[in-house]
Design a protein around this ligand. Structure first.
Ligand code: ADP
Length: 728
């Protein structure tokens, strides 16, 4: 049979009709019918050719292709596209990949007689790619027998691909939306939790605020926040929150959470990531025995343990939930992000508590001091702290001082006292204000008029308080009442004045008569007489010198000691003085050394010569007094230019081989009335010689210092400025 004819619908009945062919009347009718059939076939063929679907008719017995329109052919592989598939079995025509599945479908339709419909059936294209098909298989029965299977199919690749990509875009959009929504919620929660951390610098208050915020966000069954005290390895409960407490029911906070020894909370302290325990998993892991104490509670299915790390593990947050899915990504991400902030806040609160404790300790100590102590804050210049002694000394109640700014302080306007009082109060404030500007004052005497009008004198020291970065955060003033001391000093000065007069008058008389006895000795005066009179005169001179020194001290204290300086040479008088001493001193070997100097040189400067001689005499007398008989004492003079200053100076050196000065005495020897502690009591002295010497040297703009070794000797150095312009 011609292949083209196969495109006509070949009905089984046709073949039967052909087999009962007859040339009679019926034959004529048959001819008419045959013509009609042919026309019908042609019509059917044309109709099938024009339907927009691929159509193919298969023999139900062997699935051989009996007829198909050209659209169907176009769906086949290129080798079958020109109608060549007609008469071939379905298995031959189908591509290898789909063959078994499609044949199975055909067979099922043949066997069951049930129409099969496939939508967007995916068929893989050899060489890659997928095409989608909508196809239907309809069984056609003939004489009660399954005769044919009619296949109709259209390609739906472009629609399917478009639909699929539309659906995928929708899914992606929904996912993005969900992610954005989740992110928004996470940010909202994070913000709420972070904001809650601003509440309170005290750890427990902070913990409660944070738990409240967490509760509002995640509604867990139970929340507990622990801190790690400095002794690592323990946890102490800061705050807890339970579902029951939120709903004002009796608390079901398990007692074991107060001291979570051996719990998962302790384990998590040693790791940096949260630990989530779920009842279902823990049960299957451990059989029926549940190790996590919280999970053993019936209302709890899941627990999150979050370690809070800053530089160290500052604590652990525990959140327990009624359903496992509550410990979701949102919870884990939000809490993990907040963990470091919470740790930081806990560390700050811990530090704050430590500082508050330290401050309390300090205040307790300061409260006991007999000296007045006042602290002022730089930012507000308010009195931040005053101890009871300060209030008592200033004559105020503590509350009148505390928290009051300096410029409004009662110190400035004490009950509207007279202006004199306000001035003294101002002086007082001034020391603090100077300290706030960064100036330190030490040992400043201030007279204060108290609100009741009484006056006291205080010795005050004020200093700025600086932070680590150098900024001034406040100022402190410490003061002690020296009124009694001042009165004593006044009495002492009066005593000096009286003693000076009362001692000098008889001394002058004794010296006058002793002089007379020395120059006009009575007849028969022997050498013992002469020795006695000389001794009287020497001791009188010593006494006079002592009285002079005491007077000088008294003058210095009242700033009455005036130097009469004039521009003159120092070397000549120094040489004369040392030479005179060399001749009169019999016990020691005194030697003058001039370095870098000729005897005729001049050392010009502004000097009060008698006072400079007093300086040198003091140093030479001490050298003699504190060194063994027969030892050598050297007085050296040399021009000097020290490393710091470019100014010319003269350096005078008095060196002995005496007892030296102990290290613990050294800082004090230039103080008034100070004598070395382990001094031989037979060596006389008042302890004012070096004090006066230092004052006189400094009065000349000079410096004095000592180099000494205990038991080996001392060298005192005096540097005095030279030059016409060096009037200091
Ligand atoms: P004093 O009248 O006691 O000598 P000074 O003021 O002159 O008083 O000296 C104070 C103290 O310094 C002395 O008591 C002594 O201990 C010590 N000192 C002074 N000069 C010397 C020295 N050259 N050698 C050892 N110690 C000395």
């Amino acid at each position: 049979m011609d292949k083209k004819d196969m495109n006509m619908l070949p009905l089984h009945s046709d073949s039967k009709e052909k087999s009962s062919f007859s040339p009679k009347m019926e034959d004529m009718e048959l001819d008419v019918h045959a013509e009609q059939n042919t026309a019908l076939r042609t019509y059917a063929h044309l109709m099938l050719e024009h339907v927009p679907v691929g159509t193919a008719l298969f023999d139900a017995r062997d699935l051989r292709l009996l007829a198909a329109n050209s659209r169907y052919h176009s769906f086949l592989e290129p080798t079958w596209q020109h109608g060549d598939a007609i008469g071939h079995l379905l298995t031959e025509v189908l591509p290898q990949t789909e063959r078994s599945e499609i044949v199975a479908i055909f067979r099922r339709v043949v066997e069951t007689g049930v129409v099969y419909r496939a939508e967007e059936y995916a068929a893989s294209v050899p060489g890659g790619g997928v095409t989608y098909w909508n196809w239907t298989l309809e069984p056609i029965s003939e004489n009660g027998q399954m005769g044919y299977v009619l296949l109709t199919m259209t390609e739906a690749t472009s629609q399917t691909v478009a639909r699929k990509s539309r659906e995928q875009a929708q899914t992606e959009l929904a996912q993005t939306y969900r992610a954005v929504e989740l992110e928004r919620q996470r940010l909202e929660y994070t913000e709420a939790i972070l904001l809650s951390m601003q509440n309170g610098s005290e750890p427990k208050v902070l913990a409660q605020a944070v738990l409240r915020a967490l509760d509002a966000c995640f509604s867990p069954q139970l929340l507990a926040l622990y801190s790690t005290p400095p002794e690592q390895g323990t946890l102490s409960l800061l705050a807890s929150h339970t579902y029951a407490s939120r709903h004002h029911k009796a608390s079901v906070f398990p007692p074991f959470l107060s001291s979570p020894s051996g719990s998962s909370a302790l384990q998590v302290m040693h790791q940096h990531t949260p630990m989530i325990k779920r009842k279902s998993r823990e049960m299957s892991k451990n059989g029926c025995r549940e190790r996590d104490a919280l999970l053993s509670l019936p209302a709890i299915e899941c627990v999150m343990y979050l370690p809070l790390w800053e530089k160290r593990c500052e604590g652990v947050l525990v959140a327990a939930f009624a359903r496992e899915e509550e410990a979701d990504d949102l919870l884990v991400r939000t809490l993990s992000e907040c963990a470091s902030h919470l740790a930081e806040a806990l560390a700050a609160a811990r530090l704050h508590t430590t500082i508050a404790d330290e401050r309390q300790r300090l205040h307790t100590v300061l409260d006991q001091l007999p000296e007045g102590v006042l602290l002022v804050e730089a930012l507000t210049s308010k009195v931040e702290y005053a101890n009871p002694a300060a209030a008592q000394l200033l004559g105020f109640a503590l509350l009148q001082l505390l928290g009051v700014p300096l410029n409004q302080s009662a110190l400035l306007s004490p009950y509207g006292l007279a202006s004199q009082n306000q001035q003294s109060a101002f002086r007082w404030n001034f020391a603090l204000i100077h300290a706030l500007w960064g100036k330190t004052t030490r040992g400043q005497e201030l007279s204060i008029t108290r609100p009741d009008g009484s006056e006291i004198v205080v010795l005050s020291s004020a200093a700025p308080i600086r932070r680590a970065n150098g900024l001034i955060s406040g100022a402190v003033i410490v003061f002690q009442d020296i009124t009694a001391l001042k009165q004593l000093e006044q009495q002492k000065s009066m005593l000096f004045a009286v003693a000076n007069h009362e001692l000098r008058t008889p001394l002058t008389t004794i010296m006058g008569f002793a002089d007379l006895l020395q120059f006009c000795p009575p007849d028969g005066a022997n050498s013992r007489y002469q020795y006695a009179v000389t001794n009287i005169l020497q001791e009188c001179e010593h006494l006079t010198q002592l009285i002079d020194e005491l007077l000088d001290v008294s003058r210095l204290e009242h700033a009455w000691l005036d130097l009469q300086r004039s521009y003159q040479d120092l070397l000549g008088p120094l040489k004369q003085l040392v030479t005179k001493y060399t001749h009169t001193t019999r016990t020691h070997h005194l030697r003058l050394t001039l370095e870098d100097l000729e005897p005729t040189d001049l050392l010009m400067g502004w000097f009060d010569l008698p006072r400079i001689e007093q300086v040198l005499t003091n140093l030479m007398t001490n050298a003699i007094k504190y060194s063994p008989v027969d030892s050598e004492i050297e007085v050296g003079v040399r021009p000097y230019r020290n490393a710091q200053s470019t100014a010319q100076e003269v350096l005078i050196r008095v060196k002995d081989q005496g007892i030296g000065i102990a290290a613990d005495d050294l800082p004090h020897i230039f103080q008034r009335f100070y004598r070395a502690s382990r001094l031989d009591q037979s060596i006389s002295g008042f302890g004012i010689g070096l004090y006066l010497t230092k004052e006189l040297v400094q009065g000349h703009g000079g410096r004095i210092w000592v180099e000494t070794t205990k038991g080996e000797g001392s060298t005192f150095f005096v540097a005095l400025p030279l030059g016409r312009n060096n009037l200091s």
